[in-house]
Ligand binder design. Structure first.
Ligand code: FMN
Length: 176
């Protein structure tokens, strides 16, 4: 699949079969995160792998009862170590670059999962303090995305997108 077709074929998947994901596949998904760009190559991303039912159930409760999280055989929580970025870039590092770096890693994982035939979804609606407690994160590590991943037998047709001419501006911002 060419890269644009892959990007357009990725869908948020919210139903999973509970077939286990082989270790080599988990490693490929982690490699996708490893090779994401990061500001100054600070690589502030930290990833928690969750496979136990107990932790998944806690995450469901932390994430506004989004039950599909516990259906997925693999759940990755993408976090950013804000200190790794702030030591080089100060406040811009911790409030912007670290977050952008984690977003880039998240998208790499979603696309790689799609290419490998797995469904996944970027879950951002969760109570941050509860996830911090569940995962026992230190104070410099912020959880930014929960990604449930697994095989799915359903691929929904995605919601539409704004037309390009509506959000792209020539030379400077023009109100539409
Ligand atoms: C920052 C962010 C947070 C999101 N949070 C959730 C979420 O909590 N639950 C969910 O089901 N989908 C969540 N999504 C997925 C979006 O709903 C989805 O990407 C969007 O509707 C477009 O659909 P598509 O991914 O199939 O193209 C989130 C996506 C992003 C980028």
């Amino acid at each position: 699949m060419d890269i644009l077709a892959l990007i357009k074929n990725r869908r948020s998947i919210r139903h999973f079969k509970n077939d286990e994901i082989p270790k080599e596949d988990v490693e490929k998904l982690l490699e996708a995160a490893q090779w994401a760009p990061s500001a100054g190559n600070r690589q502030p991303v930290e990833i928690i792998i969750v496979q136990s039912q107990k932790q998944k159930e806690k995450l469901v409760a932390n994430a506004l009862d989004q039950k599909f999280i516990q259906e997925a055989p693999l759940v990755l929580i993408i976090c950013a170590d804000l200190k790794r970025s702030s030591v080089r870039y100060g406040e811009r590092g911790s409030t912007l670059y670290a977050i952008q770096d984690a977003a880039a890693a998240t998208q790499n994982i979603l696309l790689t999962a799609t290419a490998m035939g797995y469904g996944s979804v970027w879950v951002g609606a969760f109570r941050e303090s509860d996830v911090i407690e569940t995962l026992e994160l230190p104070s410099n590590v912020r959880p930014l995305a929960i990604i449930p991943i697994g095989k799915s037998d359903k691929t929904p047709s995605g919601p539409g997108r704004r037309p390009i001419e509506e959000f792209v501006h020539q030379e400077k911002y023009h109100r539409n």
